[in-house]
Design a protein around this ligand. Structure first.
Ligand code: PLP
Length: 414
């Protein structure tokens, strides 16, 4: 089987299943170029209509085959580490700005980060105090605030959960502002990221109003506000609320507004095609084992959320548990219904897997990572990336050097 990058495989069939059956190797992620272009157009339009700047949060999927399709359509990228910043900087090649926020900023990385990023939003008041002076006037200093207004029931992905580590708690920021200490830190912007998968912009409206009520002096001072990600623009019938929020901030606070979506840009632009490799009954239930696992879609396991399956026939008579092929008993995708029993080599397609899948995927049990194909505008599929044993071997090969620990007493003169 040829894994020649960029080899055109075949013309898409009118029958979608036939097309998926023709993907040469599974498991494979399929990047739908048309859908991605549609999402980027939408982001671009939201930016133009509202006057805000749109960044793509590359943590959702930092695959360069995807990033390279974005410069010119978005205003830049948002990143959460030095490595993401280096990669994003390379891909952008000057065609946009980089914004960073993370609880993981390290003193020794600040000089390079300041050279790569336009803004650095510090995650705590302590981080701001210790690390802002290291920006050397290059990147603009911002502060991520935790407004302590929660909109999510599950604390595992609620940035405003009790005892949150994400952002400076609002009362502490207000106290520092009142005491005049914050003004001395050279702060030029604020960062908020408080939601996850929301199609309503009401939480954003309530959050910004809350901030304005508690920090009127500070919001009037800042040059820019980054409203984070966590919103699904495609699923929303409420874009007017978003536009009102942005307009209000621009006019009343006099600040430039940034949004940094991840999922909204890529999630529905990627599918995962897998094959059935075994089938049997267990305690009266049909089990189909796939050549993928929850290690390729880690959020299925983390949040116990069954992924959407394109082939599912809701009224089918054959309920089947789709299982991953690792040793973990909980490596399960969920129970789905089909109109016939699944057979070995059947191809199944999970949709909406562009965000936080590839970025978190692992080779647990020595299973290869899925290849990445692109479904282009003509309906052709193109192999963009394939992994093999060499990649696995490199990951697990020893390559360290000895670090000599100072001996107790060494270097001391009696
Ligand atoms: C600070 C920040 N900005 C943006 C995003 C992107 O969020 P989403 O992919 O939900 O749009 C995240 C996601 O965790 C985030 O932590």
């Amino acid at each position: 089987m040829s894994l020649n990058p960029c080899a055109v495989l075949q013309q898409i069939s009118p029958d979608r299943q036939a097309w998926f059956d023709a993907v040469p190797e599974t498991p494979g992620f399929i990047l739908d170029e048309k859908r991605l272009a549609h999402n980027l157009d939408l982001m671009n339009e939201i930016g133009s209509v509202s006057g805000c700047r749109m960044l793509y949060s590359i943590k959702a999927c930092p695959f360069t085959g995807l990033l390279q399709r974005m410069p010119g359509l978005l205003d830049g990228f948002s990143v959460s580490s030095l490595f993401e910043a280096r990669l994003a900087h390379e891909v952008l090649a000057g065609a946009g700005g980089l914004h960073i926020t993370t609880p993981g900023l390290r003193r020794e990385e600040m000089a390079e980060i300041a050279g790569l990023c336009e803004t650095v939003s510090f995650n705590s008041l302590n981080q701001l105090q210790r690390l802002a002076p290291l920006l050397g006037g290059r990147a603009k200093a911002g502060l991520r605030i935790n407004p302590q207004l929660s909109f999510l029931e599950d604390p595992r992905y609620d940035p405003c959960r009790f005892h949150s580590k994400l952002g400076a708690p609002l009362p502490q920021v207000a106290a520092q502002w009142r005491s005049g200490r914050l003004a001395a830190r050279g702060l030029s912007g604020l960062h908020l990221h408080t939601n996850f998968g929301s199609s309503s912009f009401e939480p954003l409206q309530r959050t910004t109003a809350h901030l304005e009520a508690h920090l009127p002096g500070l919001v009037a001072e800042v040059e820019w506000v980054n409203l984070g990600g966590g919103y699904l623009f495609q699923a929303s019938d409420d874009l007017r609320t978003l536009f009102r929020v942005i307009d209000h901030i621009r006019r009343e606070w006099g600040a430039l507004v940034y949004l940094e979506p991840g999922s909204a840009v890529v999630d529905d632009a990627v599918m995962l095609v897998a094959s059935v490799i075994d089938r049997f009954e267990s305690d009266g239930k049909s089990i189909a084992v796939l050549d993928t696992s929850v290690n390729h879609l880690p959020e299925v396991f983390e949040y116990q959320r069954p992924p959407r399956l394109l082939n599912e026939e809701g009224d089918g008579n054959h309920a089947t548990i789709l299982a991953g092929s690792t040793c973990l008993s909980g490596d399960l995708f969920g129970e789905y219904r089909f109109s016939r029993p699944l057979e070995i080599d059947d191809r199944l397609v999970f949709t909406n897997v562009g965000a936080y899948t590839l970025a978190k995927a692992t080779r647990f049990n020595g299973h290869n990572l899925p290849s990445i194909y692109c479904l282009d505008g003509n309906g052709d599929s193109i192999l963009l990336k394939a992994y093999g044993y060499d990649d696995y071997r490199r990951q697990w090969s020893e390559s360290g050097t000895r670090h000599r620990q100072p001996k107790p007493g060494a270097g001391q003169v009696d």
